[in-house]
Write a protein of this length. Sequence first.
Length: 174
Amino acid sequence: MALGLFLLLAGCDAGAVPATPPITPGVPGVPRQVNVILKDYLFEPAIVDLVPGETIRLNVVNGGLDTHELIIGTQAVQDAWAAAERPAANPPPGATPVVAVPPGLEGVRIVVGSGEIRSITWTVPADAGSLLLGCHISDHYERGMAGLVRAVGPGGTLLAPSSGPSGPIASAAP
Ligand SMILES: [Cu+2]
């Protein structure tokens, strides 16, 4: 019975996306592939495990109908983009309005149109555990496009929490 169930599950799983393998930190010549999917209106995954100092190939896929962005940065970076993009809320169809934040608060920003994928190669900073994810287009952040980075060791074990803000997901709940 148990074996039959196992076979059934295994059969259903054939051809599906394999489980996330243990983390082998990326290096400049061989970056680790990290995928983040943008949806209407959430990040998948909402918690991204990264090893401080590793080099990743960050692939950002927009599986939603709206234009979305992935901003990776501290709370100060998220706040800066939220303030900068507030005037551009509910933009007309077309290119995303050009917005800017003060120097030093740029973080990483990747804007992706519906159905598109954009990739960057990025070296994860030492303060990775204090980084948050956000999309500040229109009201997307409030609707659930908020997440965070967890700093992990090479084996995927959680590193000691950073001094960053706590509970960003809870604070972003409607
Ligand atoms: Cu969005």
